[in-house]
Design a protein around this ligand. Sequence first.
Ligand SMILES: Nc1ncnc2c1ncn2[C@@H]1O[C@H](COP(=O)(O)OP(=O)(O)OP(=O)(O)O)[C@@H](O)[C@H]1O
Ligand SMILES: [Mg+2]
Length: 388
Amino acid sequence: MSDLINKERVLEALRGVKGPSLSDDIVSLGLVSEIVIRDGKVYFAISVDPARARELEAMRQAAEKVVKDLPGVDAVTVTLTADREAGASPTDGNGAGKGAPPPGSPVARGAAKAARSRTGAIPGVANIIAVASGKGGVGKSTTAVNLALALKSRGLAVGILDADIHGPSMPRLLGIKGQPEQLASNELKPMEAFGLKVMSMGFLVDEETPMIWRGPMVMSALSQMLTDVAWGELDVLVVDMPPGTGDAQLTMAQQVPLAGAVIVSTPQDLALIDARKGLNMFRKVNVPVLGLVENMSTFICPHCGGRSDIFGHGGAKTDAERLGVPFLGEVPLTLAVRETSDAGNPVVVSAPESDAAETYRAIGAKVWAELERHKSAAPAAPRIVTES
Ligand SMILES: Nc1ncnc2c1ncn2[C@@H]1O[C@H](COP(=O)(O)OP(=O)(O)OP(=O)(O)O)[C@@H](O)[C@H]1O
Ligand SMILES: [Mg+2]
């Protein structure tokens, strides 16, 4: 079926899409990157002036639609990108840009950086760990932030990277306003809250602006947040992953030099099925799974202190045992966790005596122990190989 489709047909269809000035089509304007076709999936990028990215979303959608309508095309990923191949200006009419990287890898110069980071070359950062889940809304960001603070309370130097560039949550969760400063080295200085170094796309874009960069651009943004930020010396960098196990997540799992992953799940069976997907994704790319966290476990009533298992209970623990990964702990569903998250004052620092904070600290201790265990078990892991 995918034989029906080739680059020429895609380019032909794209000639019907007008460029930003509406005078010419995007192919003649030389705005279309290398087109990559794999198993009926088509990937390409359109170069745009980043200042106009928002208004050009319609153009991106038009390009997506004309290609999607071609016979033999199952899916299309079109990215608007500010990265431009040398020599291809928007008006030089050079035709399709040359040498853009294949799908799943960042567009243009992000590629080299991502390749570097795969070899562990984020100077000073000893361990990068991902907090992930198979589906959204299970409390991944809340877990990431409290886990980071729990690790910090052990005296470790900790950073947190919000990799959810479509829906960044760290500015809100940590109550951070303002923008990172650009240093003389051209690197961005991470923001700071509660002693954590923090980087999020949320600091760089207006919260009201919908995120329209997709696919390869996501990776490019992420690799820049990893490598163009002055993280300094960190024992652990916690990465709050975007929800799901799609191409973008897989690419990140592959290209970020992860020391391990923590999977968050709610007790519902369905979420556990999703958690398994998350687990398998990391296994596929040989990233050790440090363990499973059951979030929104027992509900603690704020009035009477009574406990009830609204979403069922213990599913993650049984699952972790069955899947042979460590069970890291159960975080109760409490009003305090939600309110402190929304107020930018995470429970580990705002109510350190609470059960929830205690649970997060216990999770932090297990995560650190697992990291140490994996480190001694695999001394030649890619993350400690220096760049050659
Ligand atoms: N243990 C908990 N008790 C009470 N509320 C919680 C708990 N964990 C998370 N929440 C709340 O659930 C909501 C979703 O949490 P969060 O944003 O951390 O999830 P997420 O998995 O990162 O979501 P997304 O997929 O959108 O990134 C938030 O309002 C958060 O405050
Ligand atoms: Mg989140």
